[in-house]
Design a protein around this ligand. Sequence first.
Ligand SMILES: [Zn+2]
Length: 254
Amino acid sequence: MLKQFTIFHMDILKKKVANTNRKLNIVFLTGAGISAQSGIKTFRDHNGLWENHPVEQVATPEAFHANPTLVQKFYNQRRAQLLSDEVSFNDGHKYMTEIESSEHNVVIVTQNVDDLHERSGAKNVIHMHGELLKMKCQDCSYRNEIVEDLEVENKCPSCGATGSLRPDIVWFGEMPYHMNEIYELLEEADIFISVGTSGHVYPAAMFVQNVPTDCLKVEVNINETQISSNFDCHLVESSSSALKKIRDYILPQK
Ligand SMILES: [Zn+2]
């Protein structure tokens, strides 16, 4: 049975904030759910298909090896959409950034590859799955920002290799970034808030089990997830309305 976020839990959150005479360590984990409200395509509404390809089959090193043109096209479309007028940060990002700019130690660990947290003003963002607006070379250590399309015939400006530039995105089967830093943050967390993440993608789905026993674990999602039972409480609603409530409890003066 899902434990809904109640006044009781709000009180725990409020007391935790009021009774701790030090800065609280607050760790957010965000997923596709927070960006969906910004117009970012998640492909869930199309059965996970992009041009008849399952998205999971485009986002792999094997796919890039077999059909780099297809994979570059997929990410070029995603990048162009991110930079288009259709997409902007939403209230969920904004409220989270307001909490981040409080006196507390707040870090946003995101599985999202968009830059919407940064656009809303957030500073402490860790992109565990890479970033759409960055590229890297497979053959050397070259990394840079990118807003244009990447093409298979592009040459690496550093080593000169052709076809080695790729989006700086962690594909299925690759190791997520910054894991040591993330586990250190989780071990020190007073409040862990998971927002819009399905609980299907590992290792992020396990993070809730890596926090101390006295850490308050809050899940924000429009649906119950397969990891919901690991949390103390839930806000089953949109990320923007839930984060407004959380902001008002952590920053009661607002
Ligand atoms: Zn290179």
